[in-house]
Design a protein around this ligand. Sequence first.
Ligand SMILES: [Zn+2]
Ligand SMILES: [Zn+2]
Length: 357
Amino acid sequence: MSPSSDPVTATAAYVTAPYAVEFRHVPLRNVGPHDVLLEVLATGICGYDMEIAGHLAAEPRPFGHETCCRVREIGSCVSHVAVGDTVVLESSAFCGDCAVCRNGRVDLCRNLLGIGAEPVQAFADVLVAPARVVVPAVGLHPTVAALAEPCGVAVDMIRLAEIGMTDRVLVVGAGPIGLMALAMARKATCGEVVAVDSNPGRLAVASQLGADAVYARSEAPLPEIGRRHGGFHALLVSAPPSSLPGAIAAAAYEGRVVFIGFDWGEGGKVTIDTTAMHLGKVQLRPSFASPALFLPMALDLLRAGVVPGETIVSHRFPLSRLGDALRTVASERDTTRKAMVIPDARFAELAGEGATE
Ligand SMILES: [Zn+2]
Ligand SMILES: [Zn+2]
């Protein structure tokens, strides 16, 4: 379909810290030959969105990237999706042209393309995106498909952890990423899978997803949990960096500690026992899912129910109540896993059971 010349106006959210949202009516840029015009169906609130809304956004700024959309128009050079298709977006895509991409390491590409620079992002009703970040996502409910991007982050952790079929796995931090990683780890090993979090509600979900044991943070320090279970071969840490020394001490011989938790300030600096790591052959492996990879695999895991999307999604809000959604995620950690935001015109149709008033 050739791009129409009618300008499309988005209703888009702009956030300022702390947790204040304003809506603007913004004319979208023209759909270029390599772009798509998308109607937003559902967008998840991510930890990074919470950082922006909590303290990073001094000026009003657009946000939202974990999204499922329907294609409304495609540029003249776009062929991998068609009008009407349900799609998800990579938060950033590798370029395919630079030296590292051509050397086969697209995961190391730093010449990234995404919607992060667009004036309208996924907390909106429509947006224009580069076609290269668009991934077809048939056969899933939009609020489940919108988990593809964070599920891809969990896939990256699982891949780095190299879980063997009998390995014992410790999941530190049972937020959405940790829970999705736990669900995958459960399939990867017949060894014990154990979860730790400060939050009883999240631990209950970890049990539901197949954890053999769960611990509240206050119950036992990580090294002690390691001793009780004979040490862990794979440790999946989606928690603040202060968890890393304990996770390292909970590792079995040749354990792999994979982490994604970060802290912008001094909390990013921790002291680790390198001698114990050396003598225990313990490896610390940072997972940084940029560029965003593995979305087709994540969609398959969601379709297969290996990652049960309906369990991960805990809240649904109409776009007009995005501010309430952000404050809920910030204050109700016990019951909040992934909150989905749905444009108001679609809310009745897509929110389904369990919709938040
Ligand atoms: Zn995200
Ligand atoms: Zn590249």
